[in-house]
Design a protein around this ligand. Structure first.
Ligand SMILES: [Zn+2]
Length: 405
């Protein structure tokens, strides 16, 4: 077979032309919103606007210690507001036009407002404290902040499914008893302590079928969208659950936290080296001379945005490697590559997945391998698995998945 032959896979039910239009539209909106956010930040950072805003707050408030948190909360809210029109287009209008959401515009805005509120409540005290550390520890603030962010991420990962996610969606224990029993059996075969399985009203926001593993320690769980439960066959749901179990078996949440921590130390160090000279050089326009001043926020945000671009392909590659391995694990666990391939095909059809996305887009943005690769890999894994089975090693694979990885 030539490469062209192997690359072509027909996905039943997928409207390829529409999927192509959808992914092109999303890319255009993403580029526009990224440019818009850089332009906004550059405008805010280009003269003494941030400093003047901070001083105005200072004059209005009776209490000096309140200036920093109010300044941070206000800039967060203003930044959210100035991004709202383009977020609306990308997050709602496009999805609606392609039939991928039934949410109303007001429902969408309500979700965004809740998100803003949670963001401001979490971010304001943390950033206020961070700036205090930067002022007091001018040499090693990066080390302190990066180190402090690790336990913070662990706590937030633990609390998110019980504290944050229920603000936006409803979670119930899986109602279908027969399916729940099947999932429990699968979990015990995977060697993972049975985690809770929940169903979630994902259809509030999106018609795309989805599932996830989330939480940490006593809150870790598998969550299945109602969109998945209503559109997928039992075999296909089992295939998806096997994938989520794979994340738990491999401790992927810890891997992601570890990756984030490594990146956090690197970026914080870089920021601590780059920001002082940049701030000194721009201080005549901005009136800000050091990173410990909250008014340096737009300049710091611009620098972090630039660093984020460099991190994007690294992070995406890391995630794709995890997902590729998890796909393989799922097929080995269910011993049903065909059901897995079908699940992926249905996923592609229902979410309008681009069957052959441009390589640069995959490298920069894709957290999962392109769907056609996942389908092909599932069938390939099953084929190899059968060959190995015929060679006599089939007894190895049943309960041994944890020990062999
Ligand atoms: Zn996954």
């Amino acid at each position: 077979m030539t490469k062209a032959d192997t690359d072509r896979i027909d996905i039943p039910g997928l409207d390829v032309a529409k999927a192509k239009r959808y992914s092109r539209t999303r890319l255009v909106v993403l580029i526009a919103s990224t440019l818009w956010s850089v332009v906004r930040l550059a405008w805010f950072a280009s003269d003494s606007r941030a400093l003047r805003l901070k001083e105005a707050i200072d004059r209005l408030l009776p209490d000096r210690p309140l200036t920093a948190p109010v300044f941070i909360a206000l800039t967060t809210a203003l930044s959210w507001l100035s991004a709202l029109p383009i977020s609306y287009i990308g997050g709602h209008a496009v999805e609606r036009r392609f039939g991928l959401t039934k949410q109303t515009a007001s429902g969408w805005v309500e979700d965004q407002l809740k998100g803003l509120l949670v963001g401001v409540l979490l971010q304001t005290p943390l950033l206020t404290a961070a700036f205090a550390v930067i002022r007091r520890r001018t040499r090693d603030w990066w080390l302190i902040l990066a180190a402090a962010s690790v336990p913070l991420t662990v706590v937030l990962s633990n609390l998110a499914p019980v504290l944050l996610m229920p603000l936006f969606n409803r979670f119930d224990p899986l109602r279908d008893e027969a399916l729940a029993a099947r999932i429990r059996a699968l979990a015990s075969r995977s060697g993972v302590r049975i985690s809770d399985v929940f169903e979630m009203d994902m259809s509030r926001q999106s018609e795309k079928p989805n599932a996830m593993f989330t939480g940490l320690g006593n809150t870790k769980r598998i969550v299945l969208g109602d969109t998945l439960l209503s559109k997928f066959s039992e075999d296909e749901i089992e295939a998806v659950v096997a994938h989520e179990l794979g994340h738990q078996v491999h401790g992927d949440i810890w891997r992601l936290i570890g990756f984030g921590a490594g990146a956090g130390f690197g970026l914080a160090w870089l920021l601590s080296r780059v920001s002082p000279p940049v701030l000194r050089r721009t201080s005549r326009q901005t009136g800000v001379t050091a990173p410990g001043d909250e008014a340096s926020l737009p300049v710091l945000a611009l620098l972090l945005t630039a660093m984020g671009f460099v991190m994007m392909p690294i992070q995406a590659a890391f995630s794709r490697a995890i997902e590729r391995r998890t796909d393989r694990f799922a097929v080995e666990l269910t011993r049903n590559g065909e059901a897995y391939a079908h699940a992926m095909e249905r996923l592609a059809a229902e979410s309008l997945a681009d069957p052959d996305p441009p390589r640069p887009v995959v490298l920069m943005l894709y957290s999962h391998p392109p769907i056609v690769e996942r389908i092909r890999a599932a069938r390939e894994t099953e084929r190899r698995f059968r060959e190995d089975g015929l060679a006599g090693s089939v007894s190895q694979i049943g309960g041994d998945s944890k020990a062999t990885r």
